[in-house]
Design a protein around this ligand. Structure first.
Ligand code: PMP
Length: 380
């Protein structure tokens, strides 16, 4: 039987070899020079039984919500483009905070919106202020868009160097600031009195990244009408158990949102993600017990880890803990040998000997505690 054209291999092996030889004489022009120094983001995801490396919610959305999601997906007209701006979800999120939909913009994960900040407020000749150690994506986006980076390092306890930040923005050359609260990977939330002071000290766009805001710290969203230079970023990936769906959003005054609409990809939030997001956001109160459990487990894990000699635990308002532990690279390997995956940050500047541990289920956290007790007990 004649195979349909679509199923036939495009070239025979022999012809492919000939084509390859001819191709060796050809070349491709260099991409933008800036790419030479760019290292692609690597989540360092490896399969393991206990996945506590990416700050995900360890539990899926509850079964009854999953059923509603399945029904909502069945209604999606997949032959049609989605609503470019996900207006139903925008309206829902805006209303929950007392704003119109014009204050909200959805994105393909918070990551897309972080790139859009660099596109809209960064660029050649422009400058971002960031406070490392923090989420590395801000700097990658700055490099990609040829934005200058001013780094004001956190203090040894990983709190923000508030005075240094205020002094720096007062020079007037900063175009946007990233404040991560709670901060990834160090865990602590910023003080909202300080954020207000910062917003008053500069006209730079201040992006407060609240990706972990449901686990601690106070949200800046209620203050959006007071500050035209405030932008808050949130995600469905952490508290709402939807890391696989890719949904995030920003909230800011409508004139700021309008600028983001200019740089975004028109259909970045697909119809299925919109349908899922609507169901989950509508039913978000059903996720609160999971969030409460993560917070309780975080506090228990912090207390138990601190009892293990050699481990320093940094205080956390998020769904993960940063720990300092001698020979962190070796400990990471020994945990991985026991099928427990945590994030090894020991090669990052300021995070020497640090591991980041996402909060898992009770059983996962117990397994981590047993493994660490075992590994460190033996190496004493
Ligand atoms: N901000 C911070 C601080 C994060 O840690 C992450 C995810 N690791 C994001 C934003 C983006 O998350 P997502 O793209 O999954 O919404």
């Amino acid at each position: 039987m004649q195979r349909s054209k679509a199923l036939r291999p495009p070239l025979s092996t022999k012809r492919r070899a000939v084509t390859k030889m001819a191709a060796q004489k050809r070349s491709v022009r260099e991409p933008r020079p800036v790419l030479e120094g760019v290292i692609p983001y690597d989540p360092k995801y490896l399969p393991a039984e206990v996945m506590i490396s990416a700050n995900e919610n360890p539990r899926p959305v509850p079964a009854e919500i999953q059923e509603r999601i399945a029904r909502a997906i069945a209604q999606v007209d997949m032959n049609r483009y989605p609503d470019p701006l996900a207006n139903d979800l925008r309206t829902m999120i805006g209303e929950a905070w007392g704003y119109s939909k014009d204050y909200v913009l959805l994105g393909n994960g918070g990551d897309e919106l972080l790139f859009n900040i660099a596109l809209a407020w960064g660029g050649p000749g422009r400058t971002m202020l960031t406070c490392p150690p923090t989420f590395s994506v801000y700097e990658t986006n700055a490099s990609l868009t040829e934005t200058n980076v001013v780094a004001i390092a956190r203090k040894p306890d990983f709190s923000l160097d508030e005075q240094a930040i205020l002094d720096r923005v007062r020079k007037g050359d900063i175009d946007y600031v990233t404040i991560t609260s709670p901060n990834n990977p160090t865990g602590g939330a910023a003080n909202i009195m300080f954020i207000k002071q910062l917003l008053e000290a500069t006209d730079a766009l201040v992006m407060v990244d609240e990706a972990y805001g449901e686990f601690g710290g106070e949200s800046m969203i209620p203050f959006i009408d007071e500050y035209p230079n405030l932008l808050v970023l949130k995600t469905f990936s952490k508290a709402y158990s939807l890391a696989g769906v890719r949904l995030g959003y920003i909230m800011a005054q409508p004139q700021v949102i309008q600028e983001f609409i200019k740089v975004r990809q028109p259909y970045s939030v697909d119809a299925i993600s919109q349908a899922i997001g609507e169901v989950v956001y509508e039913n978000r109160s059903a996720l609160q017990p999971q969030i409460d459990n993560i917070i309780e487990e975080r506090d228990r894990l912090a207390e138990e880890l601190a009892k293990i000699p050699g481990i320093k635990v940094f205080p956390s308002d998020a769904n993960f803990l940063l720990v300092r532990i001698p020979n962190a690279g070796r400990i990471w390997q020994e945990l991985f040998d026991r099928s427990i995956l945590v994030r090894d940050l020991s090669a990052s500047s300021g995070l020497e000997d640090c591991l980041r541990i996402s909060i898992g289920t009770e059983q996962e956290n117990d397994r981590l505690l047993d493994a660490l007790g075992d590994i460190l007990g033996r190496s004493q």
